[in-house]
Design a protein around this ligand. Structure first.
Ligand code: FES
Length: 103
């Protein structure tokens, strides 16, 4: 079974089952973890901000302009900041490690 590993804001790790075609945000949200995702995945809120483990960053598609501009409005941005709704899970990402950014 495919999975992603998510660290919550208290530092606890969760292994979440992941289906190809779902976004990282949807996987986290549907598992009941605390990700607001206010816009529902339209790249219009930045409340699905996550940090991607550096080893996995190069496996992701690069950010497009919309994601870059939403991240510009997010807090506590780091080099490995991404929007969870803009990363579609596929089998190449099996085991990806991400962390929820602060609220
Ligand atoms: S859910 Fe709103 S930008 Fe990702």
């Amino acid at each position: 079974m495919n999975k992603i590993v998510v660290k919550d804001r208290l530092g606890k790790n969760y292994n979440l089952p992941a289906n190809p075609g779902s976004t990282i945000m949807e996987i986290i949200r549907d598992a009941g973890l605390d990700i607001e995702a206010a816009c529902g995945g339209c790249c219009a809120c930045a409340t699905c901000h996550i940090y991607v483990d550096n080893e996995w960053l190069s496996k992701l598609n690069p950010k497009d302009e919309d994601e870059e501009s939403m991240l510009d409005q997010a807090f506590e941005i780091k080099e490995n900041s991404r929007l969870g709704c803009q990363i579609e899970f596929d089998e190449d990402l099996n085991g990806i490690i991400v962390e929820l950014a602060p609220d």
